[in-house]
Design a protein around this ligand. Sequence first.
Ligand SMILES: CC(C)(COP(=O)(O)OP(=O)(O)OC[C@H]1O[C@@H](n2cnc3c(N)ncnc32)[C@H](O)[C@@H]1OP(=O)(O)O)[C@@H](O)C(=O)NCCC(=O)NCCS
Length: 281
Amino acid sequence: MHNWVRPVQEAQWYLTAELTNSFFIGEVDGKRMSSISFVNHGKSIGFASSYYVDKAFRGMGYGKEMIQSVYSDDIVSKYSLYGYSIPSLQEFYNKTLRLKPCWSSRRFKLQIPTLTEKLSAETAPANGHEILPVSQANLEQLMVYSANMVGSSQTSRRLLMAMVSHTLRSSWIAIDGNNEINGFLIMHKTTSFPEGGYLIRPFFADNAPIAQSLLKTAVEYAAQDCDSFISLDVPLLNNECVSLMDELRGESVDDRVFMGSRGVPQRALDKMYGLANLDSI
Ligand SMILES: CC(C)(COP(=O)(O)OP(=O)(O)OC[C@H]1O[C@@H](n2cnc3c(N)ncnc32)[C@H](O)[C@@H]1OP(=O)(O)O)[C@@H](O)C(=O)NCCC(=O)NCCS
């Protein structure tokens, strides 16, 4: 839909997570030309995304009309709203939804041959950690671990479970000697696979060595059927992750600004090596 590559199973997650009634489509003369979503996280928290108008209809007021019809004054005043913005739309979101910038993320593109070469030196997982397929994870423990990064709302939990259930072969966890989870990565094919490569989302790790071990496992898997690239969205406040992107010769694609109407949510950005689904707060 946008210029960004999207996960091929995205619609299925929303079906599995029973969130399809959070999505709205705009039509002109029976032709679908726009979309927007309002995903609820409880009764007073909402997430705005999938904001799109077909090129032929842009600049004619349809986008604004769509925002105003889904986000009534009542919703804007009662809800804590969140969303990701392209840098140029921040002012518009501030005017319409009262959103203010919280932090920025950058999409990086990592070439699979370069990753294979750079990560091959790493022979064993960091500090006795083990990387396991997500099918071997204790799912409740996985939800508790992920809550530091994406909150613990039923919506975030359902979305994560839906993503895991559709990507069992390309999702991994890192565990320590006590079987505690300290890293988690999900990798998806994109809608333009294989040219569009794989997308990693989400990617959580307690530190950079654990992140590298998870990434190495993902790259070995990806290299079996794809030689293009892997992309992921990195919170720029996570310095370790930004340095890792540099080391791995990540190419910057573009930026997003995470915005909120009632302050910055408490999240462990230092453990976020790749953002979760954009509808998780
Ligand atoms: C963003 C988008 C949905 C707006 O739809 P639209 O129908 O063109 O918007 P409207 O004509 O109703 O204009 C709404 C407002 O947004 C502003 N605007 C629209 N596109 C903009 C852009 N790329 N940069 C800055 N401002 C923009 C308009 O100036 C207008 O502001 P105003 O009310 O202060 O005059 C549409 O341009 C689009 O689909 N873009 C590609 C996908 C995208 O970037 N989505 C947003 C992701 S955060």
